[in-house]
Design a protein around this ligand. Structure first.
Ligand code: SF4
Length: 174
């Protein structure tokens, strides 16, 4: 299948791209993460995603960094814990925009690297994806079969920077 892959960060994307390609799929990445703060951190993560796309030979499209709009979307949820309502809204914004790109593109399905993370609830991510796009969203749990560990191993081999917080200013203390 021709898959559009929302990429939350380069490190997470490594094992997902490797897996999807090994299953015979064609992968196009889309980096859209207006949640990341501060801007310097955003650019760092974008650079890593670019490096992974070069190394693993796939096309990477880059979304707009619209953190102010993202802040508006999570207004009133700033103080909640990671994994709560704010994160659901954050996933929804990113997957909604990925679906817009999907609809322009000639892809068969789209999905996201978000389920690589052991702290992201796959059912929440997949549920939102399916609400947005029905069967055009590819339900997945990329942390399975050692996906998370494999991403870390590839990152180490490539000498990639690894962040120590999820992304937004509200997750920095977690
Ligand atoms: S903790 Fe992570 S997933 Fe949750 S709102 Fe912040 S950046 Fe988004």
């Amino acid at each position: 299948m021709n898959i559009l892959l929302h990429i939350c960060c380069g490190v997470c994307s490594a094992s997902v791209v490797e897996r999807l390609k090994s299953e015979g799929h064609t992968v196009t990445g889309y980096f859209y993460n207006p949640n990341i703060w501060p801007p310097e951190e955003y650019l760092k993560r974008l650079d890593i995603a670019r490096a992974v796309s070069r190394e693993m030979d796939f096309t990477l499209h880059e979304g707009v960094y619209e953190h102010d709009i993202w802040l508006g979307r999570v207004k009133g949820m700033e103080g909640g814990p990671e994994g709560g309502k704010r994160c659901g809204e954050c996933f929804r914004m990113r997957l909604n925009r990925t679906f817009e790109i999907f609809r322009k593109g000639g892809y068969d399905v789209f999905t996201t690297t978000l389920t690589v993370s052991p702290v992201k609830d796959k059912d929440v991510v997949n549920g939102i994806g399916e609400e947005i796009a029905g069967d055009k969203f590819l339900r997945a749990d990329f942390k399975k079969k050692g996906g998370y560990q494999r991403s870390l191993a590839i990152a180490k081999e490539m000498g990639l920077y690894r962040q120590n917080y999820c992304g937004c200013e509200f997750s920095k203390h977690d």
